[in-house]
Design a protein around this ligand. Structure first.
Ligand code: SF4
Length: 358
């Protein structure tokens, strides 16, 4: 079957089965003349990096309620945006999101560049995101290859080379499938096919628009593809976090350095995260109690964070007190919130109830 026929078949399937997403203009809306809003496409693509559609939906709706266009986002307070991002992970994305919005407003008159190369000049926009935004928002014939697309193409063409070595081959095969007409819908159709039909463990070949031309299905090896080279085990790092609570319910927190992991986010005073033994003086004199540990996995390492908790009125040598209702537990990145939950379960309940309790 010709590549053009494959794309036609996929688009016909997409017209009937496209997933509904809050940032997407579906096939019926497109036929009615609606066009995607580049701001919403860009925002969704940044949020979806390393993150599932299910996790992103609520964040996307909240962000676009608070900041409905790029000018509104560019004018937002950094702390408000980082706070709303808390829990979504990969916090460098939130910092770059703000930088990018401000560059679009200051250097591009509030309009996103409409080509892959133009988009690549924006902060936080790499080759994948530039191709996705160019294709989806501007209908440019760019090839968009995420994990779903790699899986579909490796099966369609029965590519046995393991990932990541197979990436260039899979990208070239995906490029050959990209049509000149409706390339944005084609890109989204490929992702939808991988997410809903050609799934990792049990592909539903019986309802797949590509069941006839699919080489892996014909050979009975669909479930074995794509092959993957064994991953190196992640190192384990250790840290210490000091969680000090005042009797009025305020917590001692500090803002992490602007660059690096969780940069610019609120966190607990403590030791640097190292593969050996961590060491840090407490931020104030108190009767520190061992509050156990929390575990969290980042992209490149596992973290075991040992917790010390205390209730105190002492003056701190670092950090500042944050009291509800201005401070919300949801402002914290996930690992810091896990530590808070655990410390709360170990410290005695606050004597008074009301806005001071988190
Ligand atoms: Fe995937 Fe099966 Fe479709 Fe092939 S036929 S692309 S393996 S779902």
């Amino acid at each position: 079957m010709r590549d053009a026929d494959l794309s036609d078949g996929l688009l016909a399937w997409y017209d009937r089965h496209a997933r509904v997403m809050p940032w997407r203009i579906g096939p019926a809306e497109r036929k009615a003349g609606l066009r995607p809003d580049p701001y919403r496409v860009w925002l969704s693509e940044i949020m979806l990096q390393q993150t599932t559609v299910a996790a992103v939906r609520a964040y996307f709706v909240r962000f676009t309620d608070l900041w409905p266009d790029v000018s509104a986002l560019a004018g937002a307070d950094d702390s408000a945006v980082l706070g709303e991002w808390a829990g979504l992970g990969y916090y460098a994305r939130a910092r770059n999101l703000l930088k990018c919005a401000r560059v679009v407003v200051s250097d591009h008159g509030g309009r996103f560049p409409d080509t892959r190369d133009g988009l690549l000049g924006l902060p936080g926009v790499g080759p994948y995101t530039a191709a996705a935004v160019a294709a989806i928002a501007f209908d440019r014939p760019e090839t968009v290859v995420d994990g779903n697309v790699e899986r579909v193409v490796s099966r369609l063409r029965a590519v046995r080379t393991p990932l990541p070595a197979a990436k260039p081959e899979l990208t070239a095969l995906a490029a050959a499938l990209t049509p000149r007409t409706r390339p944005g819908d084609h890109a989204q159709a490929m992702m939808d096919l991988g997410a809903t039909v050609c799934t990792p463990r049990s592909p539903a070949c019986g309802i797949c628009p590509w069941r006839d031309p699919c080489a892996a299905r014909a050979r009975g090896i669909a479930g074995d593809l794509p092959r993957k080279s064994p991953k190196k085990p992640k190192p384990v790092r250790h840290g210490i976090a000091y969680l000090a609570r005042r009797p009025d319910g305020a917590w001692l927190l500090e803002t992490r350095p602007g660059s690096g992991l969780l940069g610019g986010m609120l966190g607990w005073p403590g030791a640097a995260w190292v593969e050996g033994t961590p060491d840090a003086d407490p931020p104030l004199d108190a009767d520190w109690q061992d509050a156990g540990e929390v575990r969290h996995t980042f992209t490149h390492f596992h973290l075991i964070l040992s917790l010390r908790a205390a209730e105190t009125c002492a003056a701190p040598s670092r950090g500042t007190w944050h009291a509800p209702p201005g401070f919300r537990a949801s402002d914290l990145p996930t690992v810091m919130r896990k530590a808070l939950d655990q410390a709360n379960s170990r410290l005695p309940p606050l004597e008074r109830t009301g806005p001071g309790a988190l």
